[in-house]
Ligand binder design. Sequence first.
Ligand code: C5P
Length: 237
Amino acid sequence: MSRTKFILALDVDSFNEAMELVKELKGIVDIFKVGSQLFTSCGPTLIDAIHDEASEVFLDLKYYDIPNTVALAAAQACRKNVYMFDVHTSGGTEMMRRVIKSVSENSGERKPLIFGITVLTSMDEDQLAGIGVQRGVKEQVQLLAKLAQECGLSGVVASGYEIQKIKRTCGHHFLAVVPGIRPMTAIHADQKRVMTPRQAMEQGADFIVVGRPVLEAGDRKKAAQDIKNELEQVGPD
Ligand code: C5P
């Protein structure tokens, strides 16, 4: 079994579409990611339905608010028994520390993993400067990753190209969740900022997040199985 876990982004609009994917792919995918699109449409009953299929949930709502509010949201994520959830590290150290405390006080048998968002991959240097951040993207990512680690978060969501530096700065046990994954068959010469599942794994990804390469495939089960095989280094049939 691969040590890099496969997260499928359930980026669909409805409960039925999401549960069809969960039922079809639960033997292949390790964790199902519920983001703001689906959560806004279906709410927390979807989390229960995914658990009823003996599957795990990454609640990807990227919390960003005052410490008290985020701590209360984290308590609800614990009560929902999600496997992992995330917060924006730019919410600050007090916010992150309150989240850790809230998780300790409110989780049952197991604690959810807590991940930090550093700099959104949609932000470049100009965008950062536009909101008053003078540091470059790479430096800002490192700074926020280090703060997240000092506050006790489990890891960060990061590009495959940032993992090695983050692990050098924060240590090997600080986990990396890596989106921007494209399977070998979908890689085109003009796509430079994506990685194959295998490349991300070799860079040290603990989790990969995949959405459209599976959701938009003609045969979703095969697309998911190919990714799983790539992680487990099994050749194509
Ligand atoms: O591009 P793809 O469809 O594979 O994206 C899958 C997921 O990765 C989306 O749900 C998106 O929100 C998430 N993502 C992320 N952080 C990024 C880039 C994408 O969480 N920096």
